[in-house]
Design a protein around this ligand. Structure first.
Ligand code: NAD
Ligand code: TYD
Length: 350
């Protein structure tokens, strides 16, 4: 039986990846390792928590000794590493937390895997999940490819870039079997409402201002989270050792156009008059160092491994809004206490 360690499985993307692997691969045992920061939520996995091929381990990847101990105890033979601090705005106010988890945490896992696999690297795999933000910021033209030079510009993207370099270093230096994928912005069910789409859904629902940084002209390439999970499945099983794969939605939107689209969907679903939700749009002080445009060329993944996104944004955004509106308890539980404090600090002065 394959023993697959998935880190960060209680978070947004990780929970969709854990669900996919637990349901589709009954002959694998899935260990979900997560320390449950503000972004980790076991509610995300209620439907699979009692499956016999699933185990949850509460642990911090920055704990070097514990990572070695866990590899020793469970003898994992593959890793899909998603655990990270993931929000750019938080990285601007607290860079060190990102260095600790995203860089030191990744090295702890690499060392634990290397030590555990030292006599037999064949059949093993360390799959590192990364972001397109490592490539920096594009102008109006062009796409990020796998050979675009790294040019990270936020503490978040710099910490992810650093972890990518370290994973490649373990491939070249120690012969560790690795793959890396760099994905564009994800959206969909279970995303913590600090990120643009779920934050805006909640604010629209509660008739609060929708904060748009700067002029709303920044461009992101949005991918439905379940399509990211299916790409991870493909790459895990069919990716070539040592290679990198870009994953994107072929779906670029300026923030302001995206929010107008979201407002239309919200008006329809909440039975509001057309144009009602868009009145909440409020332009606020721009993010420091705000990257202008991200856009991904995923032709390597599409041509070599035959992956493609399963749905268009127009369909994905409706599904997403439906999920948030019919899972109000999920958002309400999160949006009390610490979230309110974060929201005040982040948005009050803007
Ligand atoms: P998230 O913030 O929703 O979840 C991160 C998870 O990691 C949480 O469950 C958290 O508890 C856990 N975690 C954090 N620090 C930990 C630690 N020290 N030890 C153990 N667990 C810890 O993030 P996400 O949006 O699901 O992103 C997952 C991964 O995908 C990240 O590596 C991120 O860089 C990458 N990524 C995200 C996006 C996106 O749009 N969200 C796009 C491309 C790549
Ligand atoms: P976000 O969801 O934080 O993802 P990332 O910064 O990783 O791309 O932000 C998406 C875009 O939306 C980005 O250009 C910043 C912008 N944004 C706002 O305009 N207002 C907000 O309140 C947030 C959170 C983001």
């Amino acid at each position: 039986m394959k023993k697959l360690l998935i880190t960060g499985g209680a978070g947004f993307i990780g929970s969709h990846v854990v669900r996919l692997f637990v349901n589709n691969y009954p002959d694998y045992h899935i260990y979900n390792l997560d320390v449950l920061t503000y972004a980790g939520n076991l509610e995300n996995l209620k439907d699979i928590e009692n499956k016999s091929n699933y185990t949850f381990i509460k642990a911090d990847i920055t704990d070097e000794a514990l990572m070695s101990e866990l590899f020793e105890k469970h003898q994992f033979d593959s890793v899909i590493h998603l655990a990270a601090e993931s929000h750019v705005d938080r990285s601007i106010s607290d860079p060190l937390a990102f260095i600790k988890t995203n860089i030191l945490g990744t090295v702890n896992l690499l060392n634990a895997a290397r030590n555990s696999w030292k006599n037999q690297m064949e059949g093993k795999l360390f799959y590192h999940i990364s972001t397109d933000e490592v490539y920096g910021s594009l102008g109006a033209e062009g796409l990020f490819t796998e050979t675009t030079a790294y040019d990270p510009r936020s503490p978040y993207s710099s910490s992810k870039a650093s972890s990518d370099h370290l994973v490649r270093a373990y491939f070249h230096t120690y012969g560790m079997p690795v793959v890396i994928s760099n994905c564009s912005n994800n959206y969909g069910p279970n995303q913590f409402p600090e990120k643009l789409i779920p934050l805006s859904i909640n604010n629209i629902k509660n008739n609060k201002p929708i904060p748009i940084y700067g002029k709303g002209e920044n461009v992101r390439d949005w991918l439905y989270v379940i399509d990211h999970a299916s790409a991870i499945d493909k790459i895990f099983h069919e990716g070539t050792n040592g290679e990198t794969y870009n994953i994107g939605g072929i779906n670029e939107w300026t923030n302001i156009d995206l929010i107008h689209k979201l407002c239309e969907v919200m008006d329809e679903q909440l039975g509001r008059e057309k144009g009602e939700s868009a009145k909440l749009i409020t332009f606020v002080k721009d993010r420091a160092g705000h990257d202008m445009r991200y856009a991904i060329d995923s032709s390597k993944l599409m041509n070599e491994l035959g992956w493609k996104p399963s749905l268009q944004f127009e369909e994905g955004i409706v599904k997403t809004v439906e999920w948030y509106l019919s899972n109000s308890d999920w958002s309400d539980n999160i949006m009390s206490g610490d979230y309110e404090k974060y929201y005040e600090q982040q948005y009050e002065k803007r």
